[in-house]
Design a protein around this ligand. Structure first.
Ligand code: BG6
Length: 488
């Protein structure tokens, strides 16, 4: 089965931070795949920008190595690399900007996308330099990577200053989780079927769990990560956006603002976690040495060369949404590095039947669960109670009706960045965060950060390869519930 691929208009895509981890590991491979599928017009230019003084050829060689390692077909590489250039530039120095602007202006009819894959502190300088050289005109768009800022105040500052030179409709705040196939599918499942919506509320749903677990440690990203931590890196954006997609009301249409208005309402309805609630409803941890994917791995502090750090690499929390649909339904969120499995999933657990006719106690009947797997094997699983086959009385078994997208459709899903980068070129902001969403998310996160800082406590240690501090298990078990296990 082949999908219809729509070509986009010729574009220039400039990646600031072009030699960084995100550019090399995600953005450029995503563009390569779109190119290999014939979606990128030959006149388009992809331009890496960073401070290093590299030639075009040296940059292409670096990129070739990365792509070959990722299994790119050599026959397709040359044509892609021929469209890739490199320009050394420093956001804080004038050198080279004039020539860079002339080079970009050499293609006046191209859509221009400027992707900020740098530290957020540089977004403002870069955007103002672009504007100073007349590169913020109508056909220009700027992409801001998350996290935008470190808290509400710094996010506002960045948004204000970027807003001086790029309008809101030119600004694409990316959260790549929104580009994942299963997240899109959540919209399809919820609003394309009559089956789920009547049950999608506090009358029928017992609780929701959102887990984003990684086996990797911080790797080459210590400089960034130690400054951010899991709450800013993952919860403020990815996990809250997933929560919004589960919890939002039906938008009037798929128009960008229709969807974003509904997500915003959810963010604004989150019950604040502040003061003593912070230690009650949140758990933060930091990994120690242990085993990941069968290998002995060092602890976080050792990866920082022994530097003392109170940055959390794990967060679990219990959120609530104060509105009619969700009153009293807990949303348990957890994310961490160096956990035993690489798995991201949303689990919607339904209430138990009110009475058991099977001679067993109601509480012993398993809850029906809808599990949306974002990765590694994207799909949807609905586990229900059925009769254990064969004679010998009525015994119930909890079994999944399981659909793997790869098996069902015979295709592997494109990386989220492939969809999102082309959405920017097309000028479609549906899957990007509007300024007010980012602000509402920080407003909810800030008191948690403040509570942690005020407590003076260090994050709880957990062994690499475990599911985080035991306090995270206690957080959910206190409510008489357990974290979902993949074998269920
Ligand atoms: C990024 C975070 O946004 O998402 C990383 O900065 C994290 O720390 C990554 O590893 C996870 O993305 P994915 O798509 O691999 O689940």
């Amino acid at each position: 089965m082949t999908a219809t691929l729509y070509k986009v208009e010729p574009f220039d895509l400039v990646i600031f931070g072009g030699t960084g981890d995100l550019a090399l590991r995600k953005l450029l491979p995503a563009l390569f795949h779109r190119h290999a599928d014939g979606q990128i017009p030959a006149a388009s230019r992809i331009i890496g920008v960073a401070r290093e003084k590299l030639t075009d050829d040296a940059y292409r060689a670096q990129l070739r190595e990365v792509l070959v390692r990722k299994g790119a077909e050599p026959a397709k590489l040359d044509a892609f690399l021929a469209q890739v250039d490199y320009r050394p530039l420093d956001a804080r120095k004038d050198d080279g900007w004039e020539a860079f602007a002339a080079y970009i202006k050499g293609q006046p009819e191209h859509v221009r996308v400027f992707y900020m894959s740098t530290s957020p502190e540089l977004y403002v300088d870069i955007c103002h330099r672009l504007a100073g050289h007349g590169l913020n005109g109508e056909g220009s768009r700027v992409v801001l990577e998350k996290p935008i800022g470190r808290d509400l105040a710094s996010a506002n500052r960045i948004n204000d200053l970027v807003g001086e030179v790029f309008s809101e409709s030119q600004t694409f705040r990316i959260d790549h989780y929104l580009g994942k196939e299963t997240v899109q599918n959540l919209l399809a499942l919820r609003f394309g079927n009559a089956l789920f919506e009547p049950l999608w509320n506090a009358d029928h749903i017992d609780h929701v769990q959102i887990t984003v677990a990684e086996t990797l440690g911080i790797g080459r990203r210590a400089g960034y990560y130690d400054h951010a931590g899991a709450l800013r890196d993952m919860v403020q954006n990815h996990l809250l956006q997933l929560l919004c997609m589960v919890a939002m009301e039906a938008p009037a249409s798929l128009a960008p603002d229709a969807v974003r208005d509904e997500k915003l309402k959810v963010l604004r309805s989150l019950k604040p976690i502040a003061g003593s609630g912070v230690s009650q409803f949140t758990v933060r941890g930091q990994y120690r040495a242990g085993v990941a994917e069968g290998q002995a791995v060092p602890g976080y502090a050792e990866e920082l060369n022994g530097a003392k750090s109170d940055t959390e690499t794990f967060v679990a929390l219990r959120a609530e949404i104060e509105n009619w649909r969700w009153a009293g339904v807990p949303f348990y969120l957890r994310t961490g590095k160096r956990l035993p499995q690489h798995v991201s999933e949303i689990v919607v657990a339904f209430k138990r039947v009110p009475h058991s006719i099977f001679g067993t106690k109601v509480g012993t009947l398993a809850q029906d669960k809808l599990v949306l797997r974002l990765q590694p094997d994207e799909g949807v699983k609905l586990s229900v109670n059925i009769k254990d086959p064969g004679p010998g009385g009525m015994r119930l078994r909890h079994v999944p009706l399981d659909m793997s997208f790869a098996e069902a459709f015979g295709v592997t899903q494109p990386d989220a960045y492939e969809r999102l980068l082309l959405d920017v070129v097309r000028g479609n902001p549906t899957l990007f965060m509007r300024r007010d969403e980012v602000e509402a998310a920080w407003k909810w996160i800030d008191p948690i950060l403040a509570g942690w800082a005020a407590s003076g406590e260090a994050p709880r240690p957990y062994a690499s390869g475990s599911w985080g501090p035991s306090a995270s298990v206690a957080l959910i078990e206190r409510d008489g519930r357990t974290w979902h296990e993949d074998s269920e």
